[in-house]
Design a binder for this molecule. Structure first.
Ligand code: ATP
Length: 414
């Protein structure tokens, strides 16, 4: 058996009714390790969260291995053939094995934009030793992006996987142990417990192999947090290095790079007080450079909408979110300054100290008692119920790639 360093990328093996590419990656890593190979690094690579083909969170994986690439490729192909949900019309797996790490450009495009299978194949023909596609082979995009990935920032996730005979039945767990886990390890871990909703948020609801996932800043933190969890026994676990929680999907909007399906940071001025629409969605328009962007905080973002409602016309914010259907779907915003808000009021008569009345359209105001006239309204300044700072959606509605504020305050130098 040869003993070389290589990268194995894998994607698009699952379906809404089951399976998970990270579970298959875990099984593969363990099988290869049992055969004497060494898995040096396991990456869970989240890609563009707006991709319509995604099953759930648009994840691909990359294993960095020391061992025999031909044997690993053969085992990966066997596992995909036997476990991928090939009957699902939206499942199109791809496997890529390469001895060299291709440049990160393709990963950067795949996490922020839309890629084609042809682009992935161009990289494969230049760099890959082996590749295998199934059905449409769309998974080659994620598999190639995963082996191209370079993380300027990264986090970790402890994923616990259920016993195979329990993939389809409800998960058994002690909710309080998730609360305890977050209490003991926060802020080194995050998004285990939702304090507003008083429930764990790291447990999927779908019928797939994942029992729970603990996110944090190091392998030790996530393992420590997982050791506190009380649940049905897990069959396998794996600690993944990941681009989750890093904002890797966000690009800076510069005024002329607005595209559907891309996620942005946008600095702009709030054009009107936000309004709550049918369904509880909150919206306002933002002036960014010469563009007017409709921003929305959707109902599932819950309490976040209360902060959005406190914005006022004239506020300058840095908004972050995905641009979909001509709307920026807000994930978080930074309010640069909460200036007291001016409300136009009918003036008070300086002589009688009584509220004046309108003297007719465009004619200013008149005091009914003494006849005193004022040309314009007066401003009453109201203190704001919101202060300068970042505001984010709750854990339950956070995108996998969004950087939680718990990871530390990043001052926007924009
Ligand atoms: P899970 O989270 O359970 O792994 P998923 O949400 O990752 O599922 P997939 O079944 O992997 O969803 O489907 C995503 C598909 O989109 C894959 O075929 C992947 O190659 C492709 N894809 C990922 N990013 C892009 C992109 N930027 N442009 C075009 N296609 C992409």
């Amino acid at each position: 058996m040869s003993d070389v360093l290589f990268y194995l990328g894998l994607d698009d093996t699952d379906a809404p009714e089951g399976m998970c590419t990270t579970w298959l990656g875990t099984l593969l890593a363990q099988t290869l390790q049992k055969s004497g190979m060494r898995v040096l690094e396991s990456r869970l690579v989240r890609l563009n969260p707006t991709i319509p083909y995604k099953t759930r969170g648009n994840a691909a994986i990359c294993l960095q291995i020391k061992g025999d690439p031909a044997y690993a490729f053969m085992v990966a192909c066997e596992m995909v053939s036997s476990h991928a949900v090939l009957s699902c019309q939206n499942t199109h797996p791809g496997i890529v094995v390469s001895l060299r790490k291709p440049p990160s450009d393709f990963y950067l495009k795949a996490v922020t934009d839309i890629c084609s299978i042809e682009e992935a194949k161009r990289i494969i023909s230049e760099y890959a030793l082996y590749h295998q596609e199934y059905k449409l082979g769309r998974g080659l995009i994620g598999a190639t992006a995963a082996i191209c990935s370079e993380f300027s920032d990264f986090t970790w996730e402890f994923l616990a996987y259920r016993k195979r005979d329990r993939f389809l039945v409800p998960r058994i767990f002690d909710a309080d142990s998730f609360f305890l886990s977050e209490e003991l390890t926060s802020p080194k871990t995050w998004d285990t417990w939702d304090y507003d909703e008083a429930r764990p948020v790291c447990i999927p609801h779908s019928p797939d192999p994942v029992l729970y996932g603990i996110r944090g800043d190091s392998p030790f933190s996530v393992a420590h947090a997982a050791s506190v969890i009380n649940s049905e026994p897990y069959d396998l676990f794996h600690i993944w290095k990941t681009n989750q929680g890093t904002d890797a999907h966000l690009v800076l909007f510069t005024g002329d790079n607005l595209h559907e399906g891309v996620s942005y940071f946008m600095k702009g001025t709030v054009l009107e007080d936000p309004v709550t629409k049918e369904g509880g969605h909150v919206s306002f328009r933002l002036q960014v450079e010469s563009s007017t962007i409709l921003c929305m905080a959707f109902e599932p973002t819950k309490k976040f909408r209360d902060y959005v409602r406190l914005l006022r016309k004239g506020d300058v914010i840095l908004a972050a979110g995905s641009f979909l259907r001509d709307t920026l779907n807000l994930e978080k915003f930074f309010l640069y300054s909460a200036e007291p808000y001016a409300i136009k009021k009918v003036p008070v008569c300086p002589v009688c100290n009584k509220r004046m009345t309108s003297a007719g359209s465009g004619k200013g105001y008149k005091c009914r008692s003494c006849g005193h006239r004022e040309r314009t309204y007066e401003n009453e300044y109201q203190d704001r119920a919101i202060s300068q700072g970042w505001y984010e959606v709750p854990p339950g509605s956070r995108r996998h790639l969004s950087r939680p504020l718990k990871r530390g305050f990043v001052s926007p130098d924009l």
